[in-house]
Design a protein around this ligand. Sequence first.
Ligand SMILES: CC(C)(COP(=O)(O)OP(=O)(O)OC[C@H]1O[C@@H](n2cnc3c(N)ncnc32)[C@H](O)[C@@H]1OP(=O)(O)O)[C@@H](O)C(=O)NCCC(=O)NCCS
Length: 171
Amino acid sequence: MRAVDQAWFAIRPLDPADAQAVCRVHHAAVAALANDGLHTPAQLSLWAAGMRPEVITQRLPAEGARGLVAQAAGEVIGFGVLLEAEIRALYVDVRWQGRGAGRGLLLALEALIAEAGHTRLTLNSSLNARRFYQAMGYNALREAVFPLGENEAMRCVVMEKRLREQPLSAL
Ligand SMILES: CC(C)(COP(=O)(O)OP(=O)(O)OC[C@H]1O[C@@H](n2cnc3c(N)ncnc32)[C@H](O)[C@@H]1OP(=O)(O)O)[C@@H](O)C(=O)NCCC(=O)NCCS
């Protein structure tokens, strides 16, 4: 795919060399949820620990997942991952949230999924992100439990969106 230029950030494919930067974005975004009243410290700790460089360099490619990063001023400020018709991850650096990068990444992921021929996509939304996804046209299907290791889990919401063909040039 070609990079999608936005007003202040660009979106390009995730590269293994982004692994450290992606982990930094992920860990900071999760840490920022510390006082949201929706997650316990143990949940946040295990949630953050789930993202390690080898997840980006080895596990996700082995699963066939694809990723995108948002970059501004040479810095990775957000990323997203898809697997077939599912959004597997979407995180924006806490310093850059609320400025459209999450929207841009999600639309670019949706475009890739639509280009692969899917007409419906799903994701597990953490409770904090539910209203973001609703603002992006997703419907909540049901509550679920997302496992965090062997003895911990957190509540999430299974959400879906029906897709129309959405060429990258229209983003
Ligand atoms: C969820 C997340 C990716 C959103 O990224 P973002 O860059 O902050 O979102 P945007 O600025 O692109 O917002 C897009 C739209 O969603 C809305 N939105 C974003 N966060 C919202 C929230 N918490 N509640 C309600 N609406 C929200 C915005 O208002 C905007 O709608 P508008 O254009 O109608 O005003 C980001 O907040 C994040 O990384 N959160 C922590 C990690 C996380 O929970 N990821 C999801 C795991 S499932």
